[in-house]
Design a protein around this ligand. Sequence first.
Ligand code: MN9
Length: 290
Amino acid sequence: MKDFSGVYAALLTAFDEKGAVNFDAVGKLVERNIASGLDGMYVAGSSGEAILMSEEERIAILEFVAKKTAGRVKLIAHIGSASTDSAVRMAKCAEKFGYDAISAVAPYYYAFSKEAVKGYYSDIINSTSLPMIIYNFPGANGFGGMLELVDELIDNPKLMGVKHTSVNLFDLERFKHLKKPLVVFNGYDEMLIAGLSMGADGGIGSTYNFLGKEIVAIYKAFKAGDLKTAQEIQTKVNRIIETMIPYGVFAMEKAVLTELGIPMGDCRKPFLPLSEEGKAAAKKIAADLK
Ligand code: MN9
């Protein structure tokens, strides 16, 4: 199996003034991420606002990014949905488009039982030949039983890894020490070196879209055993993330990228447009990066 370790941008989706996907801008962002030295992209996940997009739009993004990337970096397709059937349809498309792996958040909205969530993952995993990276994001859907569930699914040879978006780094470490070695990704960018210290094989993050070079430098320094350098860059990154949080992280990331020359547009409703203060803060972040 491919070596999946490394750092992946959780690709943002650009929208035009009418709110439609702006493929031209998405293409530019793909090129920026590849040029930053990132190992790959995680496509149509939370950061890509996939939850606010139709199945057709998600499939169109998956296809576009695969064609644009053409094998230059690794690609993970997020195909998670509230509906198993929809997730399976998107997983089959990801396989057809040549993705390296699929990933799915637990089904949301209804408080599904652990057995139901287990059925969802089994159905998706059995629908393609691709490896699966389970997206553990308890903050989004309230599903907190993922460690136990992954342990129950561990014998499935296609279960390959976990994207762990949680501040519970004890669980992150435990995912690394189940019956078989899983590939574990750190999900909160502001805690990247903490996740790596607890055994994560890499990270997947939204800020990587504009801080790709810094993230690659953190990862390389950490791997080389230079914790001091890794901490210094993490602190630089975290000063920026701290500024973004009050205004909305995705809207701020889009505004920074727009300042850097890629017109990302607004986030989809019900996200609100970025405030004037937020725009000024984004301008400053972009100016400091230039
Ligand atoms: O994909 C992102 N996760 C979520 C990863 O947004 C839930 C992160 O990159 C965060 O946006 C980032 C800021 O909190 O760490």
